[in-house]
Design a protein around this ligand. Sequence first.
Ligand code: NDP
Length: 606
Amino acid sequence: MSESSSLDVDRLRARYSAERERRLRSDGIDQYLETSGSFKSYVRDPWAEEIIERDPLFDEVDVALVGAGFGGLLTGARLRELGVDKIRLIDKAADVGGTWYWNRYPGVACDVESYIYMPLLEETGYMPKEKYSKGDEIFEHCQRIATKFDLYRHALFQTEISDMRWDEDGDRWVITTNRGDCFKAKFVSLATGHLQKPKLPGIPGVESFKGHTFHTSRWDFAYTSGDSHGGLSGLADKRVGIIGTGATAVQCIPHLGRDSQELLVFQRTPSSVDVRANRETDSTWVDSLTPGWQRERIENFQILTAGGIVEHDLVDDAWTSITKKLLAMRLNNTSGLSPEELAKTMEIADFTKMEEVRARVDELVDDAATAEALKPWYRQFCKRPCFHDEYLQSFNRDNVRLVDTEGKGVERITETGVVVNGVEHELDCLIYSTGFEVGTDYAHRTGFEIYGRTGESLSEAWEDGVRTYHGLLLNGFPNLFMQSIAQAGFTVNFPYLIEIQATHSAWLINEALTHQLGPIEPTEEAEAAWVETIVLRNQGSAESSANCTPGYYNKEGMPDDRSRQSGMYFGAPTEYGDILREWRESGTLTGTTQQREGERHAQRNL
Ligand code: NDP
């Protein structure tokens, strides 16, 4: 019997649609609350040991790197390799690390393979301990990169930018901060991260809870005891509730279940949780590696997970297994299928994969009703797939209970607990694992405004949606690089994209410094053409995304032209990187104010 004949396609379609419907909200209540004002305590820095005392700075640097996560670090490293000297990292955290500085919740780890996720392994001579690294190992690697490439020199931590203005007379960015600084930079690279501002759920009464409460992204170990590896002995006599069941919750719930007296998991939409299968790094494999191995492995994974074909699947994990099954068909339609037939074939493959994921729930969860509630009824990439080997089993513990809100979400929060379907669940501690702001204005997310060449702010320039050239340069904002996933290449391994953008920015900065070029910005025409390309390439995904269960991937079920415009560059697996590389190789700086003809100036350091 073929796969498709064992599937009741109409029933599955109807079920997916019903699940989507019940999750859509029409009550007019804001889905999420900002962690500002009276909720600001949710984003305080629990890790800073002291407030760094320093005098304000009024100097000048070549490059200001805003954000000291992978984006800032990789750009800094590539700039150093090219010999750029005065580089300043700026971050509100007390150290480098970005997401790996902030997220230290118990169980924090990366479910993308460490050998491809952790950048610059060959350059730093480091080999991760396991196939999937834990958060503290990745954080230490960030520190290793900063040390190796001398990026702590000139760095400003615990520093928040107030605003940035382009000084047309001096051709410099003037940067002011909450520390009284007012320094200049020839170039600015913004690597402020995609998921950096935690958000709270818009649940009535959220401000009234009198027990202990915090967000997973700022875990309160002073209350729970333990560390990112677990050992939460402070919860041994506590009734704990957690709201949210996304990728973060999937990692911390096994620890909460193990250590709390009682754990209640409040679920709105279940995650799709597949096998992770972690293991220690094999020293024989390490000994067999030859120079260039990491780049080869990263590209191999990128090609497979973006729908291409390779001879050997080097990473060979659940990510590549899923994408081999689901995406390869799209790019490799050699069987002459019509677009409709192809869409149907892909839908069947998706149903088949998700049936496997649902069958895994039945295999691992003892109680039938709980298992039923934990099954995801949507297409695989409607939400971020999760991979974990202990999450589902947590629900077999006597002290762990799933409180399924059937797509509706928690009804109300009271002084003493959480209300679902009219029933109040009393709690000592309530943990929000409710994710991060996505799709809000850049200035809103980062807390600072950027004023460009004409004095126009970034918020004004992007009023009708994100506008970039190559997902990096902005018309009206000279010598500025915006590193983000918006209008940049598709990947599931973000450091792959960061590396492409870091290499490109560093090359262009060095080119400008070496040849003493004037300010570089894209022309309006070049930017408009790139935006149009993005919008066109997102048409296909727009329809399927609109049919997806709501979440931050599809603007809570209501994607619009604006969200489509901030989509990624969909194309062949390595197409985005190839476009940027070929652009550099041409040496003509096409589409910018410094466009030049003829001779290939820029052969070095590609
Ligand atoms: P998410 O935004 O993915 O999850 C938020 C959760 O909160 C969802 O389950 C959401 O439900 C739930 N929620 C929101 N409001 C309510 C409500 N009113 N009532 C009940 N539930 C509610 O955030 P995460 O922090 O889990 O993950 C964010 C991203 O971080 C991931 O998508 C991933 O990209 C990254 N990440 C990566 C990891 C890795 O290993 N590489 C590990 C952890 C995170 P609903 O789904 O219905 O909206």
